[in-house]
Design a protein around this ligand. Structure first.
Ligand code: C2E
Ligand code: CA
Ligand code: CA
Length: 573
């Protein structure tokens, strides 16, 4: 033992020749900078046993030992302790082998009988540093720096290993893709720092729910992948999925705000899914879960392939649609219940697909939102609606207000909604008072402070523009908030209107909402009016405007003109 100092570097010297060993010990004693604590082994097996029992910072390894010789010695040492730096001791006449040892994984080599204590000390320190850097790089190459989870490369390896093991043991492997819903909104609202904060929290929650032996990876963005091995039943994965949905949906604090997140999970199980398609299958199942309305999990089934193909076709089609001018707007009249005249219209987006015909918005708007294309299309909608309203006003028709639906995406921090709206009005020359922007109640409630700040900014920037709350009653607004919001109109969701004649609760809610809105000096629109009964109920309760198939379906612009030129009120009696 050379030194008993506290911070001495523990060195394992593997050398059978007592003279050579003694020399190294003496030289290390001489080394001026660091103390070393040298423990010696004479054979490779003895060394390996010592390494199992205690920690060493470095191994000095003679290649010619009684129980092993040459590069084989390096290989065996490397295999046993891949994490410990290795300095090979070579004879004067065998530098060739020493160099080869470095190629197979030794950090450095020393030629016996050459150099002094400082040289050996430097070599040891260099070997330790080099190993550390190497491990850091290996870590970076395999782990996601943001969350510390496995990255895509490591995940691929682990998946292949898991499937190979399953093949041998006839166990099952489940692959899950977890994708956060509407994560883009968080990023747009709180910036990348906020997004990162959320990803780290979600990663920790997922990791915390799983066993050490399960692989959890982040594949990029807001996409996580999980490999579960040794499943007895495919459906054991369902319990994990349910738990994950639950823990992910617990509120997260982002930039000092409480946010609630949901995720969609797709699961594919091997067997039957094989190595080549398990990734695709899990992905397909994940999209299906999203389609089902988010916060769901789905197992892959054969028939999903067909839908996945459809989705891809739709998405590709959408990428071309704007350039090819396939988007258009229909306008649904809103009727003043006191006079019977049409006073406004709601612009509704339509996609005229060359082969599929008119694609309903429920099928493509979610896709526009997921892909981010909604920003461009939404901008187009606002402008096209303003332009149309301007044309109508120039045709000398009675003033017609146009309402445009806004999507969550358009509220993003980088979207500059006020600038966008002001721009569209300036470009088309439409009076701001003739433009109304519809914001769904649930979007508004998602982050009430941020949205209301943005709306205020908008109204400050574009004086006279109107804001309405869409689908009112389906969110969770506390009525208290309504007072503080910069809104002008409240649209009662059609689910209440539908049951007004038969469901006393819905009738009571609708009547109460109308009363409340009037107290707050808001205008009330009832949407989805399909029958005369609904209409008369609404008129009795003093509802201001109505919209629905009973009055008129959404129409192309020319037909709106025809309807108005007819001059007749849409209501009688
Ligand atoms: P929404 O804003 O609630 O629009 C009203 C929807 O109800 C329209 O469906 C309309 O055709 C339908 N509707 C009208 N009268 C009746 C009725 O009497 N009964 C029933 N059951 N339904 C009626 P549409 O055009 O399919 O639009 C669906 C949704 O797509 C809209 O719901 C809106 O959320 C979204 N959307 C439409 N256009 C746009 C757009 O330009 N931008 C954005 N972001 N979303 C849009
Ligand atoms: Ca609407
Ligand atoms: Ca609505």
């Amino acid at each position: 033992m050379v030194s008993g100092e506290e911070n001495a570097v523990p060195v394992l010297l593997v050398e059978d020749n007592p003279g050579d060993a003694r020399l190294v010990e003496i030289l290390l004693e001489e080394a001026r900078v660091t103390g070393f604590e040298v423990v010696r082994a004479e054979r490779l097996l003895e060394a390996l046993e010592l390494l199992e029992r205690r920690a060493f910072d470095v191994v000095l390894l003679d290649l010619t030992l009684p129980d092993s010789s040459g590069l084989e010695t390096v290989d065996r040492m490397r295999a046993a302790v891949p994490q410990i730096p290795l300095v090979v001791l070579s004879g004067r006449d065998d530098e060739e082998t020493a160099l080869r040892a470095i190629k197979v994984g030794a950090e450095d080599y020393l030629v016996k009988g050459q150099g002094d204590g400082d040289l050996i000390a430097r070599s040891i320190r260099y070997a330790i540093e080099r190993k550390r850097a190497e491990q850091r790089m290996a870590y970076l190459a395999q782990y996601d720096h943001l969350t510390g989870l496995a990255n895509r490369a490591l995940f691929q390896d682990r998946l292949e290993q898991a499937l190979a093991r399953a093949g041998r043991s006839s166990g099952r492997v489940a692959l899950m893709f977890v994708d956060l819903d509407r994560f883009k909104v968080i990023n747009d609202t709180f910036g990348h720092m906020g997004g990162d904060e959320l990803l780290r929290e979600v990663a920790a929650r997922i990791r915390g729910r799983l066993r050490e032996s399960d692989t959890v990876a982040r594949l990029g963005g807001d996409e996580f992948a999980i490999i579960l091995e040794n499943l007895a039943e495919a459906h054991d994965a369902a319990q994990v999925a349910r738990d994950l949905l639950e823990i992910i949906s617990e509120p997260v604090s982002v930039g000092g705000h409480e946010v609630s997140m949901t995720a969609s999970i797709g699961i594919a199980v091997h067997p039957p899914s094989g190595l080549e398609d398990i990734l695709m299958d899990a992905d397909t199942a994940m999209y299906r879960a999203k389609e089902r309305g988010r916060n769901h999990y789905e197992f892959y089934t054969e028939e999903m392939n067909v839908r996945a193909f459809e989705r891809l076709t739709l998405e590709n089609g959408l990428r071309q649609a704007q350039r090819r001018g396939e988007f258009l707007l229909h306008y649904q009249p809103q009727v003043d219940l006191r006079t019977g005249y049409v006073v406004g219209v709601e612009a509704l987006l339509r996609w005229q697909h060359p082969q599929m015909g008119l694609v309903p918005p429920g099928r493509f708007i979610p896709l526009l939102e997921e892909t981010g294309m909604i920003s461009d299309v939404g901008r187009w909608v606002i402008e096209a609606a303003c332009r149309q309203a301007k044309v109508w006003s120039e045709q000398g028709l009675p003033a017609l207000r146009v309402a445009v639906n806004l999507s969550a995406r358009q509220f993003g921090r980088h979207q500059d909604l006020p600038g966008l709206v002001a721009g569209a009005l300036a470009k088309t020359g439409l009076e701001p008072a003739l433009l109304e922007l519809e914001v769904t109640e649930s979007l508004l409630m998602e982050d009430i402070e941020a949205t209301s700040r943005l709306l205020r900014e908008l109204k400050h920037h574009v004086e006279g523009v109107r804001v309405s709350i869409d689908d009112f009653g389906t969110g969770y607004s506390s009525l208290y908030y309504l007072k503080s919001l910069p809104i002008d109109v409240l649209k009662i969701d059609r689910s209440f209107v539908r049951d007004v004649p038969v469901d006393p609760d819905d009738a009571a809610i609708t009547a109460a909402v109308i009363g409340l809105a009037h107290n707050l000096r808001l205008e009330v629109v009832a949407e989805g009016v399909e029958t005369a009964e609904q209409l008369s109920f609404l008129r009795e309760r003093d509802c201001d405007l109505a919209q629905g198939y009973h009055l008129s379906a959404p129409l192309p612009a020319e037909e709106v003109v025809r309807l108005l030129e007819g001059g007749a009120a849409l209501l009688t009696g």
